[in-house]
Design a protein around this ligand. Sequence first.
Ligand code: HEC
Length: 208
Amino acid sequence: MTRGSARWEALLWVGVALLALLHLFVREDFQIRRGAVFTDMVDGAAYDAFAPNPNFPDSKTLRTPPEGSIARGYAPLLIDGALLDVTTPLKVLPESEKLRWDRLLPPWSGAESSPEEVAARQARGGVVFDAVCANCHGSSGAGGAIVTKRRVPPPPSLLEPHARDLSDGVIFRIITVGGFENMPSHASQVEREDRWKVIQYLRSLQTP
Ligand code: HEC
């Protein structure tokens, strides 16, 4: 072996050793961060919701939504472009406002529906009724369900003329914001389209 090639070989080994050493610093788990130079993009200055915030004149981090903001999934209920009253209890709701609720219709009311679509809505309404309403109203709607035997005030039969005469829109309001007395809002349990479907199902219970 010449002296020159021995030097090259030594260099080669040094190179291999350096690579092995470098390997120690190479990330194996890319989730774990090693040293970083500019971390501004990683660690944003996030404020806690209720922490004082110097970026706003009122120092509040949680901003008041601008007037007219609509929460996701809570599209406003409108008739003639004006909001329906969802706060006044049904018992004292003025007749004129009740008449506006009467005009509220399901989203599919404008278009012709096939018998299959109608049947599918009714089937879904039945599922919702049995899961949500039947505990109090009974699966036939006539009342006498299990909770009424546990000191919960029994609801009236939904098959009686009073309930039959309520418009779909008013029943929608009952499900959305609560009934005349003890029935609480079921808006969080039953989404909007399902409310219309459950009303359709209720109508089927009311027509023998
Ligand atoms: C926690 C028990 C409970 C549940 C669950 C419940 N209701 Fe009621 N509901 C009542 C009570 C009590 C009344 C009578 C008092 C009132 O109107 O607030 C009532 C009244 C009603 C009325 C008015 C009846 C009338 O003749 O005045 C309708 C319509 C109605 N409920 C529909 C429903 C529908 C549809 C569901 C399911 C989405 C449902 N309820 C779920 C307890 C309940």
